[in-house]
Design a protein around this ligand. Structure first.
Ligand code: ADP
Length: 270
């Protein structure tokens, strides 16, 4: 089974204040996934789960309503409104993603994360995987996404797509985990700020990122560092993963079909 994560930075215009789908990228990527999915010599059709990020559909309202921060009882009604706004916004993005994939013939089934997951202090503590397993068995491609969820400690918190893949890949013992983002992989420092940043081909510990302090939190879910932390936990649970550049045409298709592409592998320390 393969779990593919598509970053919010790829399928939305992330810097836009208003939610905005990047249809050029989304439709191209759907085509690339379909190319691999329809390759009968691969077993990808035996099990594929897609997880996508939130980008401009989730991060601006999450910031606006300060989701994840403590609040008083008086503030709860406003917070609930923020929760609903994010749930609906993410459903819209998920529908766009699923429609694009279905147009390419992929039998998708959207799974609303906030309807099946509960957290405690920002970490998943209850995730009903039963229906996902059933859909996989019946040949569907479940599509999950980063979302706002009920949190037993904080009342509500943001759950990143990266944490979802860590949990799902660990529990379903995924064979491969691929994350498509907007850079070639993990660098020794933020490549968007530092021209001389060097790509790290293999990460087995946070110490491998020598200039960690420049790897700033670019969003509420922790940006690249958040991603690497989740993937190191996943590697500890026995599942390796790879981060690749989904902005470059052809990379996702090649990677899903088992060809070697530029990127970073996250593996357990030997
Ligand atoms: P996505 O939305 O695809 O999940 P994020 O935007 O959360 O991805 O994280 C990717 C971003 O992380 C890159 O665009 C880059 O600007 C930033 N980043 C910060 N530090 C690093 C680093 N050391 N290596 C790679 N990317 C980094």
């Amino acid at each position: 089974m393969i779990i593919l994560k598509i970053g919010g930075s790829i399928i939305t215009n992330k810097d836009s204040i208003e939610p905005e789908v990047d249809y050029d990228n989304l439709n191209r990527i759907s085509g690339e996934i379909a190319e691999a999915y329809n390759n009968e010599s691969l077993d990808i059709a035996d099990g594929l789960i897609i997880v996508h990020g939130a980008g401009s559909f989730g991060h601006p309202p999450a910031k606006k309503y300060k989701i994840g921060e403590p609040f008083t009882n008086e503030e709860y009604p406003l917070k609930r409104k923020g929760f609903s706004e994010i749930v609906l916004s993410m459903k819209k993005l998920n529908l766009c993603v699923c429609e694009s994939l279905l147009k390419q013939g992929i039998p998708v089934v959207p799974i609303q994360t906030s309807a099946v997951v509960k957290a405690y202090d920002k970490r998943i503590n209850d995730f009903d995987l039963k229906m996902i397993k059933t859909y996989l068995k019946e040949g569907y491609v479940p599509v999950l996404y980063g979302d706002v969820v009920i949190d037993d400690k904080l009342k509500m918190s943001i759950l990143s797509g990266d944490q979802i893949i860590e949990y799902v890949a660990s529990f379903l013992a995924s064979d491969r985990v691929v994350l498509g983002t907007d850079v070639d992989g993990v660098y020794d420092k933020n490549p968007k700020i530092h021209e001389d940043a060097k790509l790290i081909e293999k990460v087995s510990s946070l110490d491998d990122i020598t200039q960690l302090e420049s790897t700033v939190n670019v969003d509420v879910t922790g940006g690249m560092i958040g991603k690497v932390k989740e993937l190191l936990t996943l590697a500890d649970n026995g599942v390796d993963s790879e981060i690749i550049n989904a902005n470059k045409p052809g990379i996702i298709s090649k990677c899903l079909q088992g060809e070697k592409v530029k990127g970073t592998k996250i593996t357990k320390k030997q």
